[in-house]
Write a new protein. Structure first.
Length: 121
């Protein structure tokens, strides 16, 4: 005997659940609102400003949490990634993945740095 769903029931709970889960999944840096906002701006930074901002970001990380950068090795297959905006460049990859392991103080300093550097001039 086959059970038919009654009106108003979820006919495809696995599919619907996966869709709902995908919509609610957040990026690791969304826990810090200002950092998330600044990284969204950095994602669209003009190429003429990109080197200056990224160099400053790496300097800030090196000064405040050098052990973070020492923990990571850039994977040899990074050219095949390109899923996330920061996978486009090994330095971006290193900085953003390193920040994932930073403490709240570092993330706040990075957000403040990016807010200052990415402000319209």
């Amino acid at each position: 005997m086959s059970e038919e769903p009654t009106a108003g029931t979820n006919r495809h709970p696995v599919f619907i659940g996966a869709f709902a889960m995908a919509k609610t999944r957040k990026r690791w840096y969304d826990k810090n609102r200002n950092l998330a906002k600044q990284l969204d701006i950095l994602m669209k930074v003009h190429p003429k400003d990109e080197f200056r901002v990224l160099k400053g970001l790496m300097d800030l990380i090196r000064d405040e949490a050098p052990d973070i950068l020492n923990r990571f090795v850039i994977p040899s297959d990074i050219d095949n990634w390109h899923r996330r905006w920061y996978d486009k460049d090994p330095v971006y990859w290193l900085a953003i993945n390193g920040l994932k392991h930073g403490n709240d103080a570092l993330l706040d300093h990075v957000a403040a740095y990016l807010e200052k550097e990415l402000a319209p001039r």
